[in-house]
Design a protein around this ligand. Structure first.
Ligand SMILES: Cc1ncc(COP(=O)(O)O)c(C=O)c1O
Length: 412
């Protein structure tokens, strides 16, 4: 019998634009395969090692055959208890460590599956823009609508949320926050979270705060947890990650804490999708949280020095850059005349001409176009080198513009 099978994707796949960062990563890898030394300021992929106590514990537990069985899906009791203790110690938040904590395969997985548990067609999510892509696309994949509002001062954002809640029908179901914020590094206050909780109760929406960069803060600043706001656990949850605080991005370990019903929903849907995290990783996670707090401070000091080198260098080049208060990135406006290229083309030019990978702001939504996100994952020498190479590339572009062989207006 002859015939042909047509590969037909689900409608939801039509809602997913090509992953911009995937394209930049592919270009970076191709350049590296060609033998170029690409300086990577693109992804927030920590390059410094995980704490040695953590890797040692992993190796020890990995040899125990008991660890080779399916793990405890929502997280081991002891890891969940450690997360609860961490919240008590750091934020004065009381968690029982049982039904108000769940471990996830990184926070990205947790956010995605929680959205699948909470949202469906006809539901609306509000989120500030620019935004880390999963904050928008987790809801989109679940079939919900997403309305973005400008990331702004607290008062303006509260008003925006309130206005949207009053004018939309059906009412928005969820507000997705991310403080400290990726890509901008914006931080917020406990007072803002308190007002969000009041509004959530008044307008009947749930809240998620992505707190992946909770411990990556500079100049002595301490970022508040959403759960510090009175009543927060009645309206929402917070996601945390081992990826950034402990340089454990490849281990895939995160957690969600707060509202028990939301966590129950996440546990239910995860029960269908996965079997949890390798037990040896969970035990190593306990060591990270319990014993590696000092390591966070020295890692943050490293990022802060890199931030300052990058800021100074860009400002000396005539860019207008503010040091970030938190997170692993500098969010910088591309200066004239290069801004006319748009952030995607500028990033491609930097990759091709300077061997420097950067993330185009457009990858965080159209509000981000005109900006670049520069990750602080390379060491100070390599950051200085990247600045020299970018400067040379921009000089080259200037010469080509003058010669009429390069047009800034043609976008890619
Ligand atoms: C804001 C934000 N949330 C979540 C993640 C993903 O973290 P995880 O490794 O825990 O999935 C990232 C990673 O870059 C991020 O920037």
């Amino acid at each position: 019998m002859e015939g042909k099978t047509t590969i037909r994707f689900a409608e939801r796949m039509q809602q997913l634009p090509p992953y911009l960062f995937g394209m930049i990563n592919k270009m970076r890898m191709e350049k590296r395969w060609q033998g170029h030394d690409v300086i990577d300021l693109g992804m927030g992929n920590p390059a410094d090692p995980s704490p040695s106590a953590v890797t040692e514990k992993l190796c020890e537990v990995a040899t125990d055959p008991k660890a080779h069985r399916y793990p405890v899906a929502g997280g081991m009791k002891n890891l969940k208890r450690e997360i609860a203790l961490y919240y008590g110690r750091n934020y004065g938040v009381t968690l029982n460590g049982e039904d108000d904590v769940i471990c996830t395969i990184g926070s990205k997985e947790g956010i995605s599956h929680l959205c699948l548990a909470l949202l469906g067609p006809g539901d609306t999510v509000l989120t500030p823009a620019p935004a880390f892509p999963i904050h928008v696309y987790a809801a989109v994949i679940a079939g919900a609508n997403v309305l973005r509002f400008p990331l702004a001062e607290p008062e303006a954002m509260l008003q925006q949320i309130d206005t949207m809640c009053r004018s939309l029908y059906p009412r928005p179901k969820l507000v997705m926050l991310n403080y400290p914020h990726n890509p901008t590094g914006a931080v917020t206050t406990k007072e803002f979270f308190t007002e969000v909780v009041k509004l959530a109760k008044l307008r009947d929406f749930m809240v998620i705060n992505d707190f992946a960069y909770g411990k990556i803060t500079y100049d002595g600043l301490v970022a508040p947890s959403f759960l510090e706001a009175p009543g927060a656990q009645e309206v929402g949850v917070e996601f945390g990650s081992f990826s950034k605080s402990y340089n454990m991005a490849g281990w895939r370990l995160g957690y969600c804490v707060g509202n028990k019903e939301m966590i129950g929903g996440l546990a239910k849907i995860k029960g269908y999708y996965d079997y949890g995290i390798f037990s040896a990783i969970q035990v190593a996670g306990i060591v990270a949280m319990r014993d590696c707090e000092d390591g966070i401070a020295s890692q943050v000091a490293l990022y802060q020095k890199r931030r300052d080198v990058l800021c100074d260098g860009l400002n000396k080049m005539g860019w207008d850059v503010e040091p970030c208060k938190a997170g692993m990135f500098l969010w910088v406006k591309i200066p004239e005349p290069y801004i006319r290229m748009g952030s995607v083309r500028f990033s491609i030019e930097m990759m091709n001409r300077a061997n420097v990978a950067v993330s185009p702001g457009a990858g965080f939504g159209e509000e981000g176009d005109g900006y670049l996100r520069l990750a602080l994952v390379e060491n100070e020498n390599r950051i200085s080198q990247a600045l020299k190479q970018m400067k040379r590339a921009m000089r080259e572009i200037d010469q080509e513009i003058a010669a009429g062989t390069f047009s800034l207006e043609e976008k890619k």
